[in-house]
Write a protein of this length. Structure first.
Length: 352
């Protein structure tokens, strides 16, 4: 099973131009709102039509502009889960799951029963969508989609309408479900935690263009591209000048830092994750990459400290985050005057 997509479509503000493959993956598409993520799914499903290119699912050509092929949505065997789940409000859960299913009554009843059991919906079969929680609506919508045994599942921001507690619970349930059904799945989201938990491969797009497409964990570990680092949640991004193959100058922080050696010196920026700094109240000896700084702002979360530092060179801020167990309120008040960073935690980035 595989999906090939190579399409272009002009819209107001940008041109969607994506080229990727999905092959036995749970594939994530990550990007800011309005970058073309949902449009990509709608073109695959046949809800929207590209201007040019082709879409092929297994051995079936869904769209080919050169050969004038453009299958209707109902001919594509693609499962699509909308953001609002699109359940029919005047139908019960039981009726929603079985709506439109082609087959005799006995076969239909058996398939609906299987879906109800898989998604633990038996006690809700007589309820209407307005009587369901967000999580229950999602499970009903997934059951309705899977009863048709689609060749691929397209999930468009599947958790956007849920609160944090329910979102995390359903992410675990969906992860388990995806392993069970063993189907190629594309999940569109702007939530970096979501793709990290659910997707083994990830494509990042910005203004309709593909910035990167690779293994999800590898992309988070080494994003390589400035915009990708930002979308994967990196808080500290700053431009640099090279001094030699393993030394950079960060003018905005007023420091020189050792980095992992790069003879090509292509990087124009660095990225440092907020949790990778080590704080000091006194200047340490024999430690590389010391950044003199002072606390500018402290905010307290339920389980962590979020701290903004300003450097001695400028008002340029450094964002640092650590678990509360690592430092008490008394220590925080005493003052941190230095941060250090291990060269292996400095990401070298280019701007695309």
């Amino acid at each position: 099973m595989s999906l090939e997509v190579k399409i272009k479509k002009k819209v107001k503000g940008f041109e969607l131009d994506v080229d990727f493959q999905v092959d036995q993956d749970t594939f994530g598409i990550l990007g800011a709102s309005g970058c073309g993520k949902s449009m990509t799914l709608k073109c695959i499903a046949g809800i929207m039509t590209p201007d040019s290119g082709f879409i092929k699912l297994n051995d079936k050509v869904l769209y080919d502009s050169k050969n004038k092929i453009n299958l209707k949505p109902q001919e594509r065997n693609v499962g699509y889960l909308f953001q609002n789940y699109a359940l029919f409000p005047n139908m019960t859960v039981l009726e929603n799951i079985g709506v439109g299913y082609k087959g005799d009554k006995e076969e239909k009843d058996q398939k609906v029963k299987e879906m109800m059991e898989m998604f633990h919906l038996e006690e809700l079969k007589s309820k209407y969508p307005k009587q369901l929680s967000g999580g229950q609506q999602q499970r009903a919508a997934l059951a309705r989609m899977l009863i048709y045994e689609p060749d691929i599942m397209l999930l468009d921001e599947p958790f956007s309408a849920l609160d944090m507690y329910l979102k995390e619970e359903l992410q675990l349930q969906l992860s388990d479900l995806l392993r069970k059904v063993d189907k190629e799945t594309i999940i569109v989201t702007h939530d970096r935690d979501e793709v990290y938990k659910l997707c083994n491969r990830l494509m990042v797009i910005d203004h309709g263009k593909v910035l990167a497409c690779e293994d999800t964990k590898e992309m988070f570990h080494d994003p390589s591209i400035l915009q990708v680092a930002r979308l994967t949640g990196c808080k500290n991004l700053v431009d640099i000048q090279w001094i030699d193959d393993d030394t950079i100058e960060v003018a905005k922080w007023g420091v020189r830092l050792k980095v992992q050696e790069d003879k090509e010196r292509k990087a124009t920026h660095i990225g440092i994750r907020a949790h990778d700094f080590i704080p000091y109240q006194e200047k340490p000896e024999d430690i590389e990459n010391i950044i003199p700084c002072s606390i500018a702002e402290v905010s307290e979360g339920p389980f962590e400290w979020n701290i903004l530092f300003k450097t001695s060179a400028s008002e340029e801020q450094i964002y640092w985050k650590m678990m509360k167990s690592g430092m008490s309120n008394r220590q925080m008040d005493f003052g941190i005057k230095y941060l250090s960073i291990d060269p292996k935690h400095i990401m070298l980035l280019t701007k695309k």
